[in-house]
Write a protein that binds this ligand. Structure first.
Ligand code: NAD
Ligand code: USQ
Length: 409
């Protein structure tokens, strides 16, 4: 039964957007997906495909309707370019909520070449700005939920716990100490992450000037791929990226283990990152929708991650479960050799999120799914191919020992 709430899911054909669309539809929301299918075209550009065979969007929606009786709408448009079409869709559908996933989200892809840098900035910044501008022009009171990244904070914390968006500071105002709360200083580590820090400024301004109600979700690395809804039918299966641009670290390790490829640890594996399982991503979006910031309040910022792990430790865990070999590759990125990361995520916990943390069973599930699709894997696109600077060495072969110097000499 419909709960009478209309939601537009921008980027609803993607890795996070598709399971979220199904989950919200199952929960009674009236869902319409907007997507320009660019992610499927990028697969062709990169000469790769999702590990899992994904059905066309028409087939996905047909099967969903057949199984559940629920209709999900679909509109093919580019939010970064088709402003008037986007405005028309918003005016016609009059959504209560817009969830914005529609960005180029791979850090390595954003660093490939000047063309990729420019595309990522044009797509992400124009897209976000068009959405904000169209909400204001529509005159409707729509709550916008945006998928941001933990990477807006940078990953070096000087030992402190990363707060949820805002940092309390004391400043010296002519001899008098004043307490302020400022946006946590932006510290992006790639062109992609930079677009998310710029998004945050756009949100700040539109919230201040137009009183838009906005929630920015600073999400960690999503792992796993299946949710109860995507498992209902082969045509509903989620995409699963494993090549070196779009594949993210833990999912890559799990696939590599399934096909007998050594685990591709960059540098010495000293990087620590925040993680969240895809099942919790969809629950967090529902929680964010159901707890919007009231009008007149500042942008609501949540850290959407449930745990942090060091890359080398993750590799050890996967290796212990599966027997996979470890291999170290000169790091194609310009990042610190290692970092600590401790984060606050109390808001989602207080609102009822029961975190799905790393467990042997869940890791094994992914390895098992990956093993089923073994024949679709192209081993040649596993080693890294995109680097952060011209003087950084690309290392397709890797070695048995940690690599601490990634420069060409
Ligand atoms: P994805 O690439 O699988 O999905 C993005 C979708 O948006 C694709 O279907 C693509 O076709 C669409 N899209 C992109 N630009 C568009 C445009 N201009 N107009 C219309 N549609 C467009 O990515 P994902 O993994 O689902 O990520 C979704 C969001 O979540 C991104 O904003 C990303 O930054 C954020 N996020 C993802 C992760 C992760 O680990 N996957 C982690 C943190 C944050
Ligand atoms: N890494 C390896 N081996 C690999 C791949 C990655 O050691 O085979 C290392 C990288 O050097 C990096 C870390 O693992 O230190 C994470 O890399 P990643 O590709 O898994 O994640 P990242 O580039 O940070 O981007 C992903 C999503 C992005 C999202 C971000 C959340 O693609 O959309 O914003 O995770 S976060 O990392 O919290 O900023």
């Amino acid at each position: 039964m419909s709960n009478g709430k209309r939601v537009l899911i921008l980027g609803g054909d993607g890795f996070c957007g598709w399971p979220t669309s199904l989950h919200l539809s199952q929960q009674g929301y009236e869902v319409t997906i907007v997507d320009n299918m660019v992610r499927r075209k990028t697969d062709i550009e990169l000469g790769c495909q999702s590990l899992t065979p994904i059905a066309t969007i028409d087939e996905r929606l047909r099967v969903w309707k057949e199984l559940t009786g629920k209709k999900i709408g679909f509109i093919n448009l580019n939010v970064a370019e088709d402003y008037h079409e986007l405005l028309t869709v918003i005016k016609e559908i009059q959504p209560h909520e817009i969830v914005h996933f529609a960005e180029q989200r791979a850090a390595p892809y954003s660093m490939k070449s000047p063309r990729h840098k420019r595309y990522t900035v044009d797509n992400n910044i124009n897209g976000t700005h068009n959405i904000l501008c169209a909400i204001v022009e529509s005159g409707l009171d729509i709550h916008l939920v945006h998928l941001g990244t933990m990477g807006v904070y940078g990953y070096g914390t000087a030992g402190m716990v990363i707060p949820e968006g805002y940092l309390p500071v004391k400043v010296d105002a002519g001899g008098k100490e004043v307490d302020l709360e400022i946006m946590y200083p932006a510290n992006p580590g790639s062109i992609y992450h930079m677009t998310k820090t710029l998004d945050a400024l756009l949100f700040y301004y539109y919230n201040k000037n137009d009183e838009l109600r906005i929630t920015d979700l600073h999400q960690g690395i999503v792992w796993g791929m299946a949710t109860p809804e995507t498992m209902m039918h082969p045509a509903l299966v989620n995409r699963f990226d494993y090549e070196s641009d779009y594949g993210t670290v833990l999912n890559r390790f799990l696939i590599q283990a399934a096909v007998g490829h050594p685990l591709t640890i960059y540098g010495n594996g000293g990087q620590t990152r925040a993680f969240i399982h895809i099942r919790d991503t969809v629950r967090c979006i529902q929680i964010a929708i159901e707890n919007p910031a009231p009008k007149g309040q500042r942008v609501k910022i949540f850290n959407q991650a449930t745990e942090t792990h060091r890359v080398s430790k993750l590799a050890e865990i996967v290796s212990q479960i599966t027997g996979a070999e470890l291999r170290y590759y000169s790091n194609p990125r310009n990042e610190a050799l290692d970092n600590e990361l401790v984060i606050h995520n109390e808001q989602f916990l207080q609102l009822g999120l029961n975190p799905t943390t790393l467990s042997e069973g869940l890791l094994e599930d992914v390895v098992e799914i990956a093993a089923n699709y073994k024949d679709r894997i192209n081993m040649g696109i596993i080693p890294p191919v995109s680097r952060w600077r011209e003087d950084i060495r690309l290392d397709p072969a890797g070695s048995d020992v940690p690599v601490t110097d990634n420069r060409i000499h």
